[in-house]
Design a protein. Structure first.
Length: 173
């Protein structure tokens, strides 16, 4: 049994109970009315109330049914619009960026004349080793490297140690 039918039955039962209580005082004092003719078009009070409840329930069913359909259409339209926008954005970005790839490796950066590490050359070296034309550094690491004699002497650093910067990943094109 549907929700609408259940609501209609409850509404009819409540209306009938209210009428029964209201009319019970009058029923004691008045004689029973004569039965209505069977061929009349007047449905009577209870028939009118029942028809009114039927109309209300059917109107509510129509309203909620349309609401569900409209929500489904709106959701599909929104999803299609978002998908088209994302595809357009991806196509725009892809057309503006050359074909690139991130590669891993280990290439020491040379020291430039000003004393700073020159990691552009190291990134290009890593990329050329993987078949690309050029590259830019993505991840650098700096470490202090010492000859084995420093560690064998029980020290962790000394004047023989030097700071070394190397590339561990590069973006290549």
């Amino acid at each position: 049994m549907g929700i609408a039918s259940h609501l209609l039955q409850r509404a009819r039962a409540i209306a009938g109970a209210v009428l029964l209580v209201t009319m019970s005082g009058m029923a004691v004092a008045q004689p029973a009315p004569a039965p209505a003719p069977a061929n009349t078009d007047d449905p009577g009070f209870f028939g009118s109330v029942g028809r009114w409840f039927d109309q209300q329930v059917n109107g509510a069913k129509d309203m909620f049914g349309n609401l569900g359909r409209e929500a489904g259409v709106a959701a599909r339209t929104t999803a299609d619009t978002a998908k088209d926008a994302a595809k357009g954005a991806a196509d725009t970005i892809t057309s503006k960026l050359p074909a690139t790839s991130v590669v891993s490796g280990h290439e020491v950066c040379r020291t430039a004349p000003n004393g700073a590490p020159d990691c552009d050359t190291a990134a290009t070296t890593i990329c050329k080793a993987k078949g690309f034309k050029s590259g830019k550094s993505v991840d650098m690491t700096t470490a202090e490297t010492c000859p084995p004699k420093v560690y064998l002497a029980g020290r962790s650093s000394g004047p023989e140690c030097k700071t070394e910067t190397f590339i561990s990943s590069a973006i290549c094109q």
